[in-house]
Design a protein around this ligand. Structure first.
Ligand SMILES: [Zn+2]
Length: 451
């Protein structure tokens, strides 16, 4: 029997994808069907199962056949500043404070709607070519960013970023007004949730955070904020406000199941429990944290406490790319390497299936859209990523999930669908010319050097 009770054979279908391996259900359980097919209608998965069963009566339906490919849920990026690709390479080999001192003035000189749209388009190309179907963003000139993402077919959840003395000329009153209007104009629906992004408790005051909580009221949104990225941040906030970042956030009324905490590297055990209890999520960004020498987040403790942990790239100025597959591998490796216990380091820490879950379903749950995407299940939107496992650097394939986590790279991503719509085919973006996009990004870099 095929899984699910979706469309009967012969129903009008938009798409059938047949792959040698399909990861079905909860990716953390890593159930892999050999030679399986996914049937998509109206952007949703309507049937999943062994190909010889699913294809019966559908012999005439166009089928995408992917031999030696694994089909997984589209990857989800839970923390990013997409248009910061303009600043890629501008502040390497610095810790966070020195990094921000270089990047923030550069940003202030570089932001225009046209630049943000072009940069976000290039970032969207990078994301979908890395197998990502959904990303959050924390950046400025939101409508421009959305246009850039939409031109590529990436699902982008975004909204106003709030920061005192930020790179735009907007006053706090203007920004907080824009936040309220964003929630009015773009209410949650299906796979969309509006995002509000106060930058951090060291860059937005407790009074301003409380004001934001009042503006949100009971409305649904993702409240995305940097939190406890470094020990220095914890110390500065404690000295300024008499509490640690999580205390300040909670006192302002902004710690809830809608809260998405970027980084959470320096959390204490009591804070981990509070995060898990309230149902807030953490965006784990190990590549950015390692490059800025911020430390290693207590991910195993967060998971043990029951917290939702997704994976994030952070901005390309700090992590240099938007490669969520690489983030997945680094997460799996770094938590083995830094694990400790009565028996010493533990190679079973964060196994491949758990890393894949963090990159997919947990990411979707962290964004509050896990009921709609993040796994290959009947009824969910058809966000699918196919990765070619036939290369000399991957074969022989004994466990497709292990091959994906430890051998494959984003250059092996062959096809991507967002809600059933193809955005990557034969390893190339469908809707834009990648060479033009790369040239546009190169020109942006040249413009910024001259500004
Ligand atoms: Zn960030």
């Amino acid at each position: 029997m095929a899984d699910g009770t979706g469309a009967a054979p012969g129903d009008a279908v938009d798409l059938v994808v047949r792959a040698d391996w399909v990861v079905v259900g909860d990716p953390g359980e890593g159930r892999v069907l050999d030679d399986a097919a996914v049937v998509v209608a109206d952007g949703h998965i309507v049937e999943v199962g062994p190909a010889q069963e699913v294809l019966v009566g559908r012999e005439d339906v166009p089928t995408t056949r992917l031999e030696r490919h694994v089909l997984v849920p589209g990857l989800v990026n839970t923390h990013a500043h997409l248009a910061m690709n303009m600043l890629r390479g501008s502040a390497s080999d610095r810790n966070l404070a020195d990094f921000l001192a270089v990047v923030m003035p550069l940003e202030a000189r570089s932001l225009t709607p046209d630049r943000v749209e072009r940069a976000t388009q290039a970032a969207a190309v990078e994301l979908v070519r890395s197998g990502v179907t959904t990303s959050i963003d924390m950046y400025f000139l939101v409508e421009s960013g959305l246009r850039g993402a939409e031109s590529v077919g990436l699902r982008l959840l975004t909204g106003p970023t709030l920061i005192e003395g930020g790179p735009t000329t907007s006053t706090w009153d203007q920004v907080i007004t824009a936040a309220g209007e964003w929630l009015d104009e773009r209410p949650s629906s299906g796979t969309w949730r509006p995002v509000l992004g106060p930058h951090g408790t060291y860059t937005v005051s407790p009074t301003q955070l409380a004001e934001l909580a009042e503006v949100i009221g009971g409305r649904d949104c993702i409240l995305q904020i940097h939190l406890s990225e470094t020990e220095a941040e914890n110390e500065v906030v404690l000295e300024r406000h008499g509490g640690r970042p999580l205390d300040v956030l909670e006192d302002a009324g902004l710690l809830s199941a809608n809260t998405l905490l970027a980084h959470g590297v320096h959390l204490d055990p009591a804070e981990i429990d509070r995060i898990a209890r309230v149902g807030a999520a953490v965006a784990h960004c190990p590549v950015s944290n390692l490059k800025l020498a911020s430390g290693v987040a207590p991910v195993r403790d967060l998971l043990a406490a029951g917290a939702t942990v997704g994976l994030g790239t952070d901005g390309q100025a700090s992590s240099d790319d938007l490669d969520v597959l690489n983030v997945m591998r680094v997460a799996a490796l770094v938590h083995k390497g830094t694990s400790s216990g009565s028996c010493g380091p533990d190679a079973t820490a964060l196994p491949a299936r758990q890393a894949l879950r963090m990159a997919t379903l947990s990411g979707a749950e962290a964004l509050g859209i896990g009921a709609h995407t993040g796994s290959i299940d009947v009824g969910k939107v058809a966000d699918l990523t196919a990765v070619d496992l036939s290369s000399p650097w991957i074969e022989p394939v004994r466990d497709p999930v292990g091959s994906l986590a430890y051998s494959a790279s984003r250059h092996d991503v062959a096809a991507v669908w967002v809600a059933g719509r193809p955005v990557v085919s034969s390893g190339r973006c469908v809707s834009v010319d990648e060479r033009d996009v790369a040239l546009s990004l190169r020109r942006l870099g040249e413009e910024l050097r001259q500004s």
